[in-house]
Design a protein around this ligand. Structure first.
Ligand code: BGC
Length: 752
């Protein structure tokens, strides 16, 4: 269709009506002009299509679909191909169900373990999050169905999510929160971006021209539709002006009238409204042109894909020669999650699954079972614990299925603490008294404290693994699949260790992100803090040996690509997959930077004794920080260390590269420029050295005085003091020898 021509035929009222939903899930149909409606549905890890009554909290029923592992889980696979394949399956389900856009992936950064929606989000690290999201979008859109990357921007908590303002400095936004969206938007080109409920630095995301137009469209080249989160519209006219095209769900005509009125009163230019209309029409046309009317999907084969995705994502956190389990051993499964696993979270992502497997259903040998706790209760049932102890005593290995029940984490509210239910901790501790061979399998969407960690022999983190969780867990427990997941987030020892701890919930609607760029491992590393399990950690049943790290160059210009290679060998005796992680560390920097940041990863599979070379490429962004004065990414010339590791705290090889910057930051010197800064620059040092000598003389007189009440000043302390003095101190400390005219001359020379 000729969209411009179509718009010219539309009445103002029709244009306004297209800018919000016809109902809960559809865009507006305009029969007079043959403009069809199109359906949008949740997302992100399965299709939640509601045929009857719609809601955005997962309350009413949706059609049966397949629940794949949630974002928290699949991010742990560190496997771009795997998430791409899951994306394709989601796209296929959408085609078969006539859904034009699936609402995901969700890429908000995990700022705190308390966020109720962490189970949907991918990582604390923007590089990992953006790489995985880009692959998922490409997978979905390969089926001619749109993705909706969400929730743009800085929606990192559920508490007061519809009114709070995330107060964040520009550098932090660029390096952490925007970065999670940037690559997927630029490279995977999602059909839609969903703006979030909250405000960013005082302005609602849904009416934020700076982010929706300046950054998203002008800078990143986004040409799709910005859709509001369901109910995220505050002032619709402001939203249109900011570039927020589609309000969802329907505003029941109220906002249509406001738009019409604003145009009639000259408050809103019709051309601005036309742009939103054009964006929406392009999307509707895109879907209708590419409808696969014959599309079907096979739920069972998607169930198998969900099983593979889950087993490739589960993270073996601890293993003291207890796993894999032998099928010959006497084993007890303890805890109700063994029969009723928690495999997805509550809220808008809740899938009506066509089947779900539990570990107890899936295990192919005889195992004893004890319930251990009531799934929806925090309180201890001593009788259930006694039964569990009885089972634990009779077996050789006790496997306890624990985790967070639905009530503990969900969309719509945050957690208040990082603990497991008391009944789970008590069960684990009670069983441990009788059975040292105990393994804990954790079902949770976000880190938990583990007060029993030193006593258990094994811990398997299965996160919220989707509907095939039972089979996938059994695959890992018995070694049919070798675990290869790595933590996409740090597990702190306790909640108070987390960098956002002091400010997380904010004061009323003001949430200051005072930790700045120091989110997750960026903080724990800088503080040299012990953690329970570091970012990138995950064990295997085999072992890997790293060797022969090489760099394509030892010196590069910031625009060059640096190729890093490393050989990895499977030095154990079973097939396994390893995630090779590359971190970049700026050794000397004039700005405060993290110790290291993830800038590359690759997952490879190796047979015993097999060796492969892994190739990773780095570019300018791998070395840059965001410079708020330049309003650009900036690389400082100097040495960078490249660290290759099995985790962020298990570095196997390191090499150095010198990177030459293209940007010269010209500083303007004033009377308040710092002497120490100038002394670091050879050409400036020569100019100020004679003045310093004069100042030093005054200090030396003092030093030589025999008056016992004088402080002892050494040459070193004198230098240290001078370093922190501004140039104007040359006058006040120059003993009358340096006047302001001389100072002005000096400053002119420094600036010339
Ligand atoms: C959620 C979105 C979701 C939408 C529609 C909102 O409450 O924040 O992620 O896509 O509802 O269900």
């Amino acid at each position: 269709m000729d969209i411009k021509n179509l718009i010219s035929q539309m009445t103002l009222e029709e244009k306004a009506s297209l800018c919000s939903g016809e109902d809960f899930w559809h865009t507006q149909e305009i029969k007079r002009l043959n403009i069809p409606k199109m359906m949008l549905s949740d997302g992100p890890h399965g299709l939640r299509k509601q045929d009857l009554e719609g809601d955005h909290l997962g309350i009413n029923k949706s059609i049966q679909a397949v629940c794949f592992p949630t974002g928290a889980t699949i991010a742990a696979s560190f496997d771009r191909d795997l998430i791409h394949t899951v994306g394709e399956a989601l796209g296929q389900e959408c085609q078969a169900e006539h859904v034009g856009v699936i609402l995901g992936p969700a890429v908000n950064i995990k700022r705190s373990p308390l966020c109720g929606r962490n189970f949907e989000y991918l990582s604390e690290d923007p590089y990992l999050s953006s790489e995985m999201a880009a692959s998922q979008i490409e997978g979905i859109q390969s089926k001619n169905v749109g993705a909706s990357i969400k929730h743009f921007l800085a929606n990192n908590q559920e508490h007061r999510r519809m009114t709070s303002s995330s107060e964040i400095d520009e550098r932090t936004l660029r390096e952490i929160y925007l970065a999670s969206f940037e690559k997927p938007v630029k490279e995977a080109k999602p059909w839609t971006v969903m703006c979030s409920y909250n405000k960013i630095n005082g302005t609602y995301a849904s009416e934020n021209y700076h982010y929706l137009t300046k950054i998203l469209r002008d800078e990143w080249g986004f040409d799709g539709v910005v859709v509001s989160d369901w109910g995220a519209v505050n002032d619709r006219v402001m939203g249109i002006k900011a570039g927020m095209d589609l309000e969802m769900p329907s505003s029941h005509g109220y906002n249509d009238s406001r738009i019409v009125q604003a145009v009639q009163e000259g408050i809103l230019e019709e051309a601005v409204l036309d742009q939103c209309v054009e964006n929406i029409l392009k999307m509707v046309e895109r879907f209708n042109k590419s409808r696969d009317v014959e599309a079907v999907f096979d739920r069972d084969s998607h169930h198998d894909l969900a099983r593979k995705a889950a087993s490739e994502s589960m993270v073996l956190l601890k293993n003291e020669n207890i796993l894999p389990l032998s099928r010959k051993a006497k084993i007890g499964f303890i805890g109700q999650f063994a029969t009723n696993p928690r495999f997805q979270g509550g809220g808008s992502s809740h899938i009506n699954t066509h089947k779900t497997t539990s570990a107890l259903d899936s295990v192919d040998i005889e195992v004893s079972y004890a319930k251990g706790y009531h799934i929806h209760e925090d309180s201890i049932d001593q009788q259930l614990v006694d039964e569990a102890i009885k089972v634990a005593k009779e077996v050789e290995v006790a496997v306890i299925f624990a985790g967070l029940p639905d009530e503990f984490e969900s969309e719509g509210y945050d957690r208040q603490h990082m603990n497991l239910p008391e009944s789970h901790n008590y069960l684990i501790q009670s069983v441990l008294k009788e059975q040292p061979n105990t393994v804990v399998v954790l079902h949770n969407g976000s880190p938990v404290e583990m007060p029993w960690i030193n006593e258990v022999k094994g811990v398997l983190e299965v996160y919220l693994s989707g509907q095939s969780v039972g089979e996938a867990t059994v695959d890992i427990l018995f070694g049919d699949v070798n675990p290869s997941g790595k933590l996409p987030e740090t597990f702190p020892i306790s909640l108070a260790d987390n960098p956002s701890y002091l400010y997380y919930f904010g004061e009323k609607d003001v949430v200051e992100y005072r930790e700045g760029i120091f989110v997750g491992y960026r903080y724990y590393d800088k503080k040299e803090m012990p953690v329970l399990f570091p970012f990138g950690h995950g064990l295997s049943y085999t072992s890997f040996t790293y060797s022969n790290m090489t760099l394509s160059h030892t010196k590069i210009n910031e625009d060059d690509t640096l190729t890093v290679t490393v050989d990895v060998e499977n030095s154990g005796d079973c097939y396994g997959k390893e995630v090779v992680q590359l971190y970049v560390s700026d050794t000397v920097s004039s700005v405060i930077r993290p110790i290291k940041e993830l800038k590359g990863f690759e997952k490879i599979g190796l047979h015993p004794k097999e060796k492969k070379q892994v190739v990773l490429n780095l570019d300018k962004r791998s070395f840059a920080y965001y410079n708020s004065q330049l309003k650009d990414w900036h690389v400082e010339s100097g040495d960078f260390e490249l660290l290759i590791g099995k985790s962020s705290r298990d570095i196997q090889c390191r090499e150095r590269v010198y990177v030459q910057s293209n940007t010269v930051i010209k500083e303007k010197y004033t009377i308040n420029s710092m002497i120490g800064d100038l002394l670091k620059i050879e050409s400036k040092k020569v100019l100020i050295q004679p003045f310093i000598e004069i100042m030093a003389k005054t200090f030396r007189v003092n030093k030589e005085s025999t008056d016992p009440s004088n402080v002892t000043i050494t040459e070193e302390t004198m230098d240290a003091m001078f370093n922190d003095m501004p140039l104007r101190s040359l006058v006040s400390n120059g003993g009358g020898t340096i006047d302001f005219r001389m100072l002005d001359d000096l400053i002119d020379q420094l600036n010339s």
